[in-house]
Every structure is written in C-alpha cells, then in structure tokens.
Design a protein around this ligand. Sequence first.
Ligand SMILES: Nc1ncnc2c1ncn2[C@@H]1O[C@H](COP(=O)(O)OP(=O)(O)OP(=O)(O)O)[C@@H](O)[C@H]1O
Ligand SMILES: [Mg+2]
Length: 379
Amino acid sequence: MRIEKMDIRNAEIFQVLLDNFPDMIHSVDDDGNIVYTNKTAEKLLGYTREALLSMNIKQLYADEILESVERGFADLKKQGDYSIESLMKAKDGTPIPVEIRSFSIYDDKGEFVRTFSIVRDIRQVKELQQSLVHAGRLAAIGELASGVAHDINNPLTVVMLSNDMIMKAVGKAEIAPDAPLGRLESWAKDILRAARSIRKLCDHLRNFSRGMAEKREIIDLYDSVGDALFIANNRIVSAHVEVDSKLEKGSCFIYACPNHVEQVFVNLITNACDAMLDRPTRKLTISVEECEMDEADSWKCDVADTGGGIPEDIINDIFSSFFTTKEKGKGTGLGLSICRGIVSEHNGSIEAKSKVGKGTVFSVIFPKSEPPEGGEQGS
Ligand SMILES: Nc1ncnc2c1ncn2[C@@H]1O[C@H](COP(=O)(O)OP(=O)(O)OP(=O)(O)O)[C@@H](O)[C@H]1O
Ligand SMILES: [Mg+2]
C-alpha cells in the first residue's frame, strides 16, 4: 500500500517535471498517432493537449517535408534512435525549425511499441547562425576591401606626385587665367582634393576592417561634416538632395578620432538620402547647438531630413545590428549600430526623432573640447 502511494507520487513528480521541461516531449505509436505530449508542446505549436492527442505526427510537419518525415519514422522504428533537424508547423501555419532526438521502445519480443521524442525549438539558433554567416561574409568583404585599399595606394601615390609636379610647373609657367590652359591650376587642385579623399577612403577601409582604434585629436565638427558631405556627395547628387549645412568653421571642437566621427556623419547622410529618394521635397539640414549632457558642456549636431520618417513600432530597433528595412543587397543594417558604437566610445549619445510622412532628425551629442592651441584647425 505504502509502495503504491510512492508510485503515484513519483508519477506526479514526473508529470510536473515533463510539463515544465523546456523542450517539447511526445510519444507516438506504430501508426504515428500521438499518444503522449507534455505541456511545452501546447506553447510551441498552439494546439491544446487534447487536440494533439487526437492527431497524427504527420500533421505537425510542413507539407514539403512529409516524405522525409515518413522515411525518418521508418528508420527510427528500425534503428532505435534518431537525431535530426526538421521543420514543424504550428497551428497557425508558422514554420518552426526544430532539433529532434527520438528513441524507440520495444517489447520483450523485440517488437516496436512506441517512440519518445524530445523536440527543441531552434529558431533563435537559426537566426544567430544567419547573423554569423552574414557577419562572416562582411568580414570577408572587409578583408577584400582592405586588400584593394592597400593596392590602390601605390598608383595613387604616383597620381599625387605627378599632380604635385604639374602644380609646381604651372606655378612657374605663370599662365594667364584667361589663357586656354589658365584653369590648369584649379584642375590640378581638384585632382589633389579627389586624390586625398581616395586616400582617406582607403585608410578608412583599412582601419575599419582591422577594427583599429584611431588616435584622437581635437577636431572641428565643421570639418567632419564637410568631409562627410564630400564623401557622400555622389549619393546626395544622385538623390537630388538639397543640402543646408549651418555649421561655422572654427567654433565647435570635440576630442575624437576624425575618421570615426566622419563615418558617423557619412552613415547618417546616406540614410537620409535613401529616406528621401521618392519624396517630393528632399532637404538635408545639418545644424549644431550647445547643450549639456551628464553635466558636461556638449555639442548637439542635428542631421534632419524630409524623408518618409520612421514608424513608431520600429524606431526602437533601428540601432540594432542587422536591422534594416531595405531590400536585400541594399542595406546591411549595420550603419546605425556602427554610429552608436562610435558615439558611445566618445562618451556621446545618439538618438532619433521622427514623424512619419514628415521626416527624421538624428541628434548626435559629443562632449565639447577646447579649441586647439593656436586657434582654428587647418583643413
Ligand atoms: N533618416 C532615416 N529615415 C528613415 N528611416 C531611417 C533613417 N535612417 C535609418 N532609417 C531606418 O533604420 C534602418 C537601419 O539603418 P542602418 O543605417 O543601421 O541600416 P541600413 O541603412 O538599412 O543599411 P546600411 O547602413 O548597413 O547600408 C534603415 O533600414 C531604415 O529603415
Ligand atoms: Mg544605413
């Protein structure tokens, strides 16, 4: 009598344990009919336990894999155990990637009785795997870009040196400005500016793929924004965006890595251009004002666009890595997470305010720095 009570108690304990097990557990008979299932199965698939106990196991799998499910079930009955990744189907049709470990139970004569299976929901694992594959691809592209940037440097040095010689020769030649070659000097200056920007881009690519911490120095936000506008010029022109930069040279200094800060603005400007592509008014306004952050005197730089805006239900996700609303191949979803990383490394902050149909303002805050010794920074 005492032993029976213990058995009942043990059975109850087992039931509680199985019901609270994080994985779905179920058992099916020779024909594939479900004869046992724990509570986790209800949460995972959306059916009640009663409903599951009246179903055949095949009803829980996606139609396209039914053949392989039948083959797997036959193998399991013969082999005794079986592990596989598969795709289940919830009551509402949601496909659920799962990892299944199954065991067969046989009677004394060796005849198959039933199976027991432990089914683990691996949706998060799959998402993580995809992110890792994505990150791996990006790392490979980063390495490739770094190699290309390195190879561009040598011919670029030749271009810059030759251009330097042209500028010197033109300076000596004293060509009159209205002569046919009078604009040679200004063309040579354009080449120098463009070559410098290519060199800067190459440095970015190399530093970026190495994840290198760059040297900090006192920089003028006017220069960072100006360089970013120059780098993003192609996007600005092709999207027909009107730019109004209200920054003044020599007034807003911060202590930061110049390339990193510039990258923040490049990302914000390119996002703004993308957001305005199909808009009737396309205006990008960049302004700066003083503010206080954590009791430190700071600069708040606003990058405002007249794009489509960011819906409220996604605005909290935009700074997450790999979050993008752009179609495949158009966006990696890394731009803003890189911005946030850079800004917080500089003890700053970044936030977005948006109105759907009106536009978006990204505010980047950096602690102020004293101007460099000797006044303004050179450009
Ligand atoms: N100015 C903006 N206006 C409207 N939506 C924006 C704006 N900036 C960012 N977003 C939204 O935030 C998402 C994430 O931006 P993020 O820069 O991180 O990635 P992405 O631009 O999609 O891709 P990537 O920058 O890697 O090319 C965008 O896909 C877009 O939905
Ligand atoms: Mg972006």
